[in-house]
Design a protein around this ligand. Structure first.
Ligand SMILES: [Fe+2]
Ligand SMILES: [Fe+2]
Length: 318
């Protein structure tokens, strides 16, 4: 080995050690956010989750708990009045929202509002908006697909779609501490994203999502969606739910990364999502996605997710 190659080798090793240090540091920041920044659901939300899961649900108790958090109340009414939820009249009181939405959808909204609060507190609107647009599109399409699939719970599909990339939020927060805006590749949810995340943070968003889901006491089907939406063939508990969200997620991701509606439909990944489905059945589902995606995209353009707006809730009258 000559002097030049020795010197190159020393420099190369130093650079490699530097990269490893960076990854280790980011992983520590990530674990700190997981153990301190997002410790558990706040106690009133934990309580709310339990009340909404019980039967019969005491709506008065539910409303009182929501009203105890003014920021949550404001965000809830704002989302509730958006076109996304299709209510025919304007809702100004939490009690009305609870009655009109029903308990499952209310539960979905409460989680969505809490996550919006978390992400808006830590991320710029520019960094948070693509995340929420992708989440809401995936949620609406998952719910839409659950009907022809005769999935038992369309609300579960909506919630799964809404929260499937929740594990990405802590990654975005760590990255935002270093760079603003965060790297473009981290905002996407493509096939390479898991590898890139592991290289950059030492963990990927599915592993982080699983951790959050378990620590927030989510039901097992939902934890499975967080964990396996990029590997739906590994979902064993509720493969239909995980597969439905995986189809909607993949379709959205392909279009977000520049594919046409037809290109987004032609992909072997869908074979992994719902393996029991016939080819014609899969064709019908993809036809639904091609039809619904532009409609929902237009709806979101007029009613974008309420990211970053009115965090204090001062303009709303609970
Ligand atoms: Fe994902
Ligand atoms: Fe996704």
């Amino acid at each position: 080995m000559n002097a030049l190659s020795v010197s190159w080798s020393v420099t190369g090793h130093a650079a490699l050690a530097g990269v490893e240090d960076e990854v280790r540091r980011r992983k520590q920041s990530l674990l700190a956010i997981l153990s301190e920044g997002l410790p558990t659901l706040p106690s009133h939300l934990f309580q709310l989750n339990q009340i909404l899961a019980s039967s019969p649900v005491d709506l008065k108790e539910v409303s009182a708990l929501i009203r105890s958090d003014p920021s949550l109340t404001a965000q809830l009414l704002r989302l509730c009045n958006s076109a996304l939820f299709g209510l025919r009249r304007r809702v100004t009181r939490v009690e009305e929202a609870a009655i009109l939405l029903g308990t499952e959808r209310l539960r979905n909204l409460v989680f969505a509002c809490y996550l919006i609060q978390i992400s808006c507190a830590k991320l710029s609107e520019e960094d948070a908006r693509p995340f929420w647009t992708h989440a809401v599109m995936t949620a609406m399409l998952s719910e839409r697909l659950s009907r022809p699939l005769k999935s038992e719970d369309a609300d579960q599909a909506y919630l799964g779609g809404l929260l499937h990339d929740m594990g990405k939020l802590p990654l975005l927060m760590v990255a935002a501490e270093e760079n603003s805006p965060v790297p473009v590749w981290l905002k996407g949810d493509g096939e390479d994203s898991l590898n890139l995340e592991r290289e950059y943070f030492g963990l990927d968003h599915c592993e982080v999502g699983r951790w959050l889901g378990i620590n927030w006491n989510f039901v097992t089907p939902l934890v499975e969606v967080l964990d396996s939406h990029h590997r739906p063939d590994q979902a064993h508990f509720t493969p239909l739910l995980a597969g439905t969200v995986a189809v909607a997620d993949h379709f959205c991701e392909r279009i977000e990364s520049g594919a046409s509606l037809d290109e987004a439909s032609g992909d072997d990944f869908y074979d992994l999502c719902l393996p029991g489905l016939s080819e014609s059945g899969r064709g019908i589902l993809l036809g639904i996605l091609r039809h619904e995606y532009p409609l929902m995209q237009r709806m979101l353009e007029t009613e974008p997710p309420t990211v970053g707006a009115n965090r204090s809730g001062r303009n709303q009258q609970p």
